[in-house]
Write a new protein. Structure first.
Length: 258
């Protein structure tokens, strides 16, 4: 049986190609909880999700040469103010597609492979030989459940490609800067300072030429940038949730490693 890639993305412990011969008896259970999400504070996001996501979470960009968009569900490592310890959401929230895709994903079985194959994380308790689950195969063929999972993963990959193009444009235009947020909790208290992320520079955006602004408006980038900038005001709301849940560091403030 073909092996899956060894460089695993966030949340995935193992990856195994889904096969009608090896996994003929597997079923998928629906679930309303995501325990793996309980301690995750920064979730990868696609640009297609910016408009809806900015209502719930701050949208920032990771540091490094190849930054990616992130939805912040907490400001400190290991803190998620929207998910309890069992993986159950606190009320109605938006769940990013990256999370909804788990435990499935498309991956190349070898570095030089032309095609992506549907894989899954066999350590997930969503997948197993369950009588109360939805069968992934019937008579050696994929069921509608598997076909639907494949379609969702394919759409996610297309969205990821659009996100990569968006990020390339941001880098090429040199719009990204190191971000910093200082949150004051009292008159005589030092502020909590959060760094370790990137954001779009208001100043550089305002200084863009008219033709450059027309370009990013026509290609759909401008609404995404605005959604990102508006979402940053939620940083203080997230901090307030951390205070209410007793999840603020009780020591000298430390940066968030978003």
């Amino acid at each position: 049986m073909a092996s899956a890639p060894t460089n695993l993305p966030l949340f995935y412990n193992r990856l195994e190609p889904l096969s009608s011969s090896a996994h003929a008896n597997l079923s998928a259970r629906s679930t309303q909880v995501a325990p793996f999400l309980a301690k995750a504070h920064a979730i990868p996001l696609t640009s297609d999700e910016f408009i809806i996501c900015q209502r719930y979470y701050p949208i920032v960009f990771s540091v490094g040469e190849s930054p990616v968009p992130l939805a912040l569900m907490g400001l400190n490592e290991g803190v998620n103010v929207f998910i309890d310890d069992t993986g159950k959401p606190h009320g109605e929230i938006y769940i990013p597609a990256y999370v909804r895709r788990y435990p499935f994903m498309l991956a190349r079985l070898t570095p030089d492979a032309d095609e992506l194959s549907l894989c899954f994380d066999p350590t997930s308790d969503v997948i197993g030989e369950y009588k109360d689950g939805q069968a992934l195969f019937a008579d050696g063929k994929p069921t509608e459940v598997t076909t639907g999972l494949l379609k969702f993963c394919e759409e996610f990959e297309l969205s990821a490609q659009r996100t990569n193009a968006f990020m390339k444009e941001l880098r090429d235009m040199e719009l990204l800067i190191d971000g910093e947020v200082a949150i004051q909790t009292g008159e005589n208290q030092p502020p909590f300072v959060y760094r370790g992320f990137q954001m779009v520079s208001d100043e550089r955006l305002n200084d863009m030429r008219g033709d450059e602004l027309r370009k990013i408006n026509q290609n759909g980038m401008l609404p995404l940038i605005i959604a990102h900038l508006f979402s940053l005001q939620l940083m203080r709301e997230i901090f307030g949730r951390q205070v209410a849940q007793g999840k603020v560091p009780q020591m000298q403030p430390v940066p968030a490693n978003a």
